[in-house]
Design a binder for this molecule. Structure first.
Ligand code: NAD
Length: 319
């Protein structure tokens, strides 16, 4: 039997945001039904970065993502984050595919924000605010364009050049976009925070009732983007409780005792399967995304099917 090797270019050719939204919604739904296996991420810590193993099994699909984070890699001409995914047949363990998972990570993260907004934001949301205009902002936008009638994008970034590049990108897609003051960018229907910040960047007084916030940037202990006062006056949903308590937006306020685990309304999966109520009226809702291995494996399963259908990838015999 042969294993298919898929590069980033192969995946960019065959993976659409529509497919990724379906894959991620399905993964969250299975999580909400408690029908997934997803042990906690395992870390190897180095002087200059780390490596993480993210295994998962859901619905006949299994595999592991192996991903690094080395913030100073640009000095040696390498990306900060490089991810590979092995997609296995659970019947035999056979490695069906080995694929680049960097683009998968970007796409499934965008899709997670989109699906959270689908269930938690007001249906008539039209204005999206972005705090942070780096790599992840583009797939967040792409997911929201599939699900909402976006009329306006307001964005803020510490780097004016990153914000302007994002505004240009939006304009090329005929979206009315502006580089705004941070307070103005928060004046929106759906706010996406996507920075690596370790202290709050969005203050409670800037966020109006009815706003939905996708807090995407905090995915490691010590990271946070939101004034904890926002969490105290919102209904807060997470992707996975264990992972969010350890490394999500809620990790710092929980460790300081500003909020408690009982303040978390539930997981997005529980909302999807109807175990927990989503938005109630004009409240502020927050989705705390840490990024789940099931999102990667569910997306990889679609990529594998598309690769077989289209004859994409290099086939090699390992065994
Ligand atoms: P990136 O480096 O491409 O972009 C980050 C952007 O944030 C940059 O443009 C930077 O100038 C800006 N920024 C930094 N600090 C800021 C601040 N205080 N205020 C405003 N802007 C600020 O990184 P990325 O790949 O887009 O990832 C962003 C964050 O998202 C990281 O923390 C990453 O670990 C996290 N992430 C989370 C998930 C998830 O599943 N939740 C997935 C991927 C990445």
């Amino acid at each position: 039997m042969e294993t298919i090797i898929l590069t980033k270019e192969d995946i960019m050719d065959i993976l659409t945001m529509d497919d990724t939204l379906k894959a991620v919604e399905h993964a969250f739904e299975m999580h909400g039904k408690n029908e997934v296996q997803m042990p906690a991420k395992i870390y190897l810590e180095f002087e200059k970065g780390d490596l993480r193993a993210m295994p998962a099994y859901l619905d006949g699909k299994a595999g592991v993502k192996w991903v690094n984070s080395h913030p100073h890699n640009s000095e040696v001409g390498l990306p900060t984050v490089m991810a590979l995914l092995i997609y296995n047949d659970p019947e035999t363990g056979f490695p069906l595919a080995v694929m680049d998972a960097t683009h998968i990570t970007n796409m499934r993260t965008g899709a997670a924000g989109g699906i959270a907004s689908k269930y938690l934001a007001r249906k008539d949301s039209k204005i999206i605010g972005f705090i942070g205009c780096g790599v992840q902002a583009y797939t967040q936008l792409s997911a929201h364009l599939k699900l909402f009638d976006v009329e306006k994008v307001r964005c803020y970034d510490l780097s004016e050049s990153h914000a302007k590049k994002f505004v240009d990108y939006c304009s090329k897609q005929n979206i009315d976009a502006e580089f705004a003051r941070i307070e103005k960018a928060c004046d929106c229907d759906i706010l996406v925070t996507i920075t690596p910040s370790r202290k709050p960047v969005v203050m409670a007084e800037w966020v109006a009732d009815g706003t939905h916030i996708n807090a995407i940037g905090a995915d490691a202990p010590g990271k946070q983007e939101l004034d904890p006062e926002i969490l105290k006056k919102s209904r807060v949903f997470v992707d996975d409780k264990e992972q969010a308590f350890h490394s999500g937006e809620v990790n710092v306020p929980l460790s300081k005792g500003i909020i408690s685990e009982n303040d978390i309304a539930g997981t997005i999966g529980e909302v999807i399967v109807g175990k927990v109520k989503g938005r109630i009226g004009d409240e502020i809702t927050v989705f705390d995304s840490t990024g789940l291995a099931i999102q990667d494996i569910s997306t990889a399963s679609i990529i594998y099917s598309r690769a077989i259908e289209k004859g994409v990838g290099l086939k090699i015999r390992f065994f």
